[in-house]
Design a protein around this ligand. Structure first.
Ligand SMILES: Nc1ncnc2c1ncn2[C@@H]1O[C@H](COP(=O)(O)OP(=O)(O)OP(=O)(O)O)[C@@H](O)[C@H]1O
Ligand SMILES: [Mg+2]
Length: 519
């Protein structure tokens, strides 16, 4: 047996020697033919097969090369004697990789494979539309012939998937804006981006834990729901409407969503968009795994424009009679009421719901508003915004989260009596998490003072609300009384008016009769 291996090794050695000799002596055509022949003989004796994954495929970058590089960076042990270190654009993480002509073993489904990073100098520059790097880089994958099918079926898919995960984890999230209006940058992009570093997370977000849990679950289900959306024939997107008073955490919630799912954010400034087609182009240039945000939607666009349009009618729910068509044609800009901004509600609905909304996938739309009552029912109907989330004034569970965030107080750290007082009063105080955060930040170095000032602030607001509430009740009562007396007056007038009317009619008739008689 030993002898067999020795002779096989010497044959392979001779073949390798012949290969390199051929490269030096023969002209290219002959060299190519003989290399092919030698490779065949070589393949007959070896139990391995090899796959080359080059960095550049023709003139295009080979995605698989980048994926393998990233994938191997997660399995290369830091103990290696020489590793290459890279930090990608928009990334705060450093990745390790194989240096030139280095190799590494990897195991997948119990099968061991060998990866080699092959770097050679590029020979005379061939014609290309774009300059190619001086070095030719590629990975060679060595697999036992018997494992070839087993591994190729799923191994490469697995690598692509893992690489995408790593890329997402390493890359900073981006915040895009369309503040340049409709103009494009040098690469034809309408969006400008900056690294997104908002620290808000669901852990720091002060709100009812049950509601928070529901939202997190909904987001996770959405992100893992590719097959569900495929199966049910729905576009893979979801809409959230966040509403509530200012300072209750709507923007913080969006940041928490992005950080939770690892999505980018597209902050769409509707006032910068001039036409529906511009809106569509912006949508087409968003990437998947992103959150498209329209803040203060009630202020961004004249959503009541359909009422002003002739065909819209006054019935806000009226969808018959070509309601949307009329809307399309009669954007507020067309009649100049909106400073030339002709984006319409139907354009917006098409943006979130129409066929164009499906270019790309795994996208979340978030609208925020302080006045849900001002929104058009078409925006609120079920299926359009899948979840309506009310961001309310600070509740007791939310208050506990803020105390933990700013003062580091856990559940048992505060006196039970103080907590009880807070619990009783926080609902009546109607303070937003932003208000409470202000008090806590101001005194964060002196925890006791922070707590006592917070209690004072809560009490003060509760009392004021009670007084205002009392006054408001009185005003409402007076208003009601006034209304009632006004209604009574109107009724009286209505009852009297037919008499007055008949009087007038009668006198007119009398005058006419008299004139007739005179004639
Ligand atoms: N629920 C919350 N949890 C934690 N912090 C909050 C919360 N709500 C508000 N804050 C704090 O208050 C500040 C303002 O909050 P945010 O901008 O999220 O409010 P908003 O609801 O978007 O207000 P607006 O309606 O004015 O846009 C944030 O910087 C954050 O620190
Ligand atoms: Mg906000």
């Amino acid at each position: 047996m030993k002898e067999y291996w020795a002779s096989l090794a010497s044959i392979l050695g001779v073949l390798a020697f012949c290969q390199s000799l051929l490269q030096v002596i023969f002209p290219p055509e002959l060299r190519f033919a003989s290399l092919k022949l030698l490779n065949r003989i070589f393949n007959m004796f070896t139990s391995y097969c090899y796959f080359d994954i080059t960095e550049i495929d023709g003139v295009n970058t080979n995605e698989l090369y980048n994926a393998v590089q990233l994938y191997l960076s997660s399995s290369v042990s830091i103990s290696g004697s020489r590793l290459s270190l890279t930090r990608a654009l928009n990334s705060s993480a450093i990745t390790f990789g194989l240096t030139n002509n280095d190799s590494i073993f990897d195991t997948f489904n119990g099968v061991t494979v060998l990866w080699e990073h092959v770097v050679t100098q590029r020979q005379a520059q061939t014609f290309s539309w774009r300059p190619l790097p001086d070095e030719k880089r590629g990975f060679t994958l060595r697999i036992k012939k018997k494992d070839k099918n087993l591994i190729l079926d799923s191994y490469l898919d697995y690598i692509m998937e893992r690489a995408n995960d790593i890329r997402r984890r390493n890359q900073d999230r981006l915040l895009y804006t369309n503040s340049r209006g409709g103009s494009l940058d040098s690469r034809g992009h309408p969006w400008e981006s900056v690294p997104f570093k908002h620290p808000s997370t669901f852990e720091t977000l002060a709100m009812d834990p049950v509601k928070k849990g529901e939202i997190m679950e909904d987001l996770k289900d959405f992100a893992n729901g590719q097959s569900f959306y495929q199966k049910t024939g729905r576009a893979w997107k979801r809409g959230y409407l966040l509403y509530g008073p200012p300072g209750t955490g709507k923007s913080s919630m969006i940041a928490a969503m992005a950080n939770y799912l690892g999505y980018d954010i597209y902050d769409l400034e509707l006032t910068e968009v001039h036409t529906n087609s511009e809106l569509r182009k912006l949508l087409m240039k968003t990437s998947s795994k992103s959150i498209i945000v329209i803040e203060d939607i009630d202020c961004s666009i004249n959503l009541s424009n359909r009422k002003k349009s002739g065909g819209g009618g006054a019935n806000p729910m009226g969808r018959g009679g070509g309601y949307y068509d009329t809307e399309m044609r009669s954007g507020s800009g067309s009649n100049g009421e909106d400073g030339g901004n002709s984006i319409t509600l139907s354009g917006l609905l098409n943006f979130t719901d129409g066929l164009w909304s499906c270019c790309g996938s795994e996208r979340i739309f978030v609208f925020t508003t302080n006045h849900i009552d001002k929104l058009d029912p078409a925006l609120l109907r079920s299926g359009r915004m899948d979840m309506h989330i009310f961001m309310s004034y600070c509740s007791f569970p939310a208050l506990k989260i803020l105390l933990k965030n700013y003062l580091g107080y856990e559940e048992g750290d505060l006196e039970a009596a103080v907590l009880k007082q807070m619990e009783e009063i926080v609902g009546k105080a109607q303070m937003t998490p932003a208000d409470i955060s202000e008090v806590l930040i101001k005194n964060r170095r002196y925890k006791h003072k922070a707590v006592s000032e917070l209690l004072e602030a809560l009490k003060g607001r509760a009392e004021r609300n009670l007084k205002n509430g009392g006054v408001r009740e009185k005003i409402n009562l007076m208003n009601n009384l006034e209304l009632e007396s006004e209604e009574e007056e109107q009724e009286k007038r209505a009852l009297e008016s037919p008499l007055e009317g008949s009087d007038v009619e009668d006198s007119c008739q009398k005058d006419e009769d008299e004139e007739e008689e005179k004639k």
